[in-house]
Design a protein around this ligand. Structure first.
Ligand code: ADP
Length: 248
């Protein structure tokens, strides 16, 4: 529920596409520093919900606040990103011809709006920040490697690193472990767990074992609304959740 700790506040949000309600009076409250998983069958509204938070889709009705006072419905996508809400899509998107280090450098410059200074020398502080993120994502030894030859998992971690360069308050992460090996999935769980607290993270994921390994609280969406919330054990044993997954 809502408290002084709430960093993302969505209330009674509805989105229609040609009369079809993709979100139907959805309410969701994310706490500062929380790692929340969002699950639900295809068509439940998960993508539309992420689109509403990032400003890509504006709802027909409802409220969307960041912190206690920032009305996200009055801001466009770039302003919302600038305010510290960033999103990672399912497919990794890195600059394949640049090194791992250069990818992180670019992510920082993109954030600072410093494109004209692209070829300027990095100052020590920036270099330290990149080293720190390399350590966090476990790619220090791959710093000079061309991003294009990284494994699928490493590319995903690099892209998470690129988000981190922007020092986001909220990270929206779409199906991070799709296509990963078991080892990569475990490493991704460790990474996301290490980021909670400092960042608020919302993960959309279909891999239930992975969800169980990272989330203290899981939100189940169905037909554009929150069906239920709770621990993985609670939601998995909820007959309504079983029903929507097995189909009626
Ligand atoms: P999920 O991500 O949970 O699979 P979505 O948010 O993508 O669900 O979609 C919810 C519903 O809204 C689906 O039935 C989908 O077909 C519909 N929908 C999503 N985006 C659009 C759109 N741009 N135009 C029309 N219908 C859409």
């Amino acid at each position: 529920d809502v408290s002084h700790k709430t960093i993302l506040y969505l209330e009674d949000v509805s989105v229609s596409f040609d009369g079809f309600k993709a979100l139907n009076n959805l309410s969701l409250y994310i706490d500062n520093g929380e790692l929340r998983c969002l699950i639900g069958p295809n068509g439940a509204g998960k993508t539309t919900l992420m689109d509403v938070i990032t400003g890509k889709t504006k709802p027909d009705s409802g409220s969307v606040f960041f912190g206690q006072t920032i009305d996200l419905l009055e801001m466009d996508e770039p302003a919302i990103a600038q305010a510290g809400i960033c999103r990672k899509f399912q497919k990794p998107s890195v600059f394949e011809n640049l090194s791992v280090f250069e990818n992180l450098e670019l992510a920082m410059k993109a954030d600072k709006g410093a494109w004209p200074a692209l070829f300027a020398r990095l100052n020590g502080e920036h270099r330290d920040r990149i080293e720190e993120v390399l350590t966090t994502i476990g790619l220090t030894e791959h710093s000079a490697q061309q991003a294009g030859i990284l494994s699928h998992g490493q590319k995903q971690w690099l892209e998470i690193g690129m988000l981190l360069m922007q020092e986001p308050k909220v990270m929206l992460v779409d199906e991070p472990v799709a296509g990963m090996t078991h080892q990569e999935i475990d490493r991704t769980a460790e990474l996301l767990l290490s980021l909670q607290g400092k960042h608020s993270i919302v993960v959309v994921e279909h891999d239930m074992e992975f969800v169980r390994s990272i989330a203290r609280k899981v939100t189940v969406l169905h037909e554009g609304s929150v069906l239920t919330e709770g621990t993985m054990d609670e939601v998995q044993n909820d007959p309504r959740v079983i029903q929507v997954y097995l189909g009626d």
